[in-house]
Design a protein around this ligand. Structure first.
Ligand code: S3P
Length: 178
């Protein structure tokens, strides 16, 4: 059955919480596009996230991130998976609030540290104690994640079940109409 999205769905939450994986499955299920903002940034700048942080600095990365998230939010309704620090920008937070239905993807830091392999996209974790760094980052960011319209706990190894729970929530909140 065709499902109609009334607004874009934005996935926010900590590095490694599973936003990109959930985004891929969710967008397929909804029959809409996926914007993975980290991937868009890499393509537009022509460098990996690691290179951007290393060569151009985090401030530059955040400026591009703000522009990219703002732009995809203005496109027709689809699924948007964001980097964990995107909500550090008040402009981004306001745009997410007014233009989308946001979901905070939650995951325990111990589970994340076991899942994380690709550090090219996570320079903030490179050569660091992953659990300690994630706890520190979450402390600064949780106040922003909390403003999401909904949340999902992504601890289940069966990600399809997690996505099904999201779809159910979207139907009940009328973000998706059958
Ligand atoms: C970051 C999260 C990363 C990526 C960059 C910075 C962050 O994305 O945008 O490494 O500050 O939390 P994921 O949340 O997909 O890991």
């Amino acid at each position: 059955m065709k499902q109609i999205l009334s607004k874009s769905i934005v996935l926010i939450g900590s590095m490694g919480s599973g936003k990109s994986s959930i985004g891929k499955i969710l967008s397929k299920k909804m029959g809409v596009r996926l914007s993975d903002t980290d991937k868009i940034i890499e393509k537009e700048v022509g460098k990996s996230i690691y290179e951007i942080f290393n060569e151009l600095g985090e401030k530059y990365f955040r400026q591009v991130e703000e522009k990219v998230v703002g732009r995809v939010l203005d496109e027709t309704a689809h699924v948007i998976s964001t980097g964990g620090g995107s909500i550090l920008s008040s402009k981004t937070r306001d745009a997410i609030k007014s233009k989308s239905f946001s979901i905070w993807v939650q995951c325990n830091v111990d589970t994340i540290s076991k899942r994380i392999h690709d550090q090219e996209r996570r320079p903030l974790l490179k050569n660091k104690n992953i659990v300690d760094t994630l706890i520190k980052k979450n402390k600064e960011r949780i106040k922003f994640y909390r403003h999401a319209d909904s949340y999902i706990v992504n601890e289940n190894s069966n990600i399809e079940m997690t996505v099904d729970a999201i779809v159910k929530e979207l139907l009940s909140k009328k973000v998706v109409n059958k």
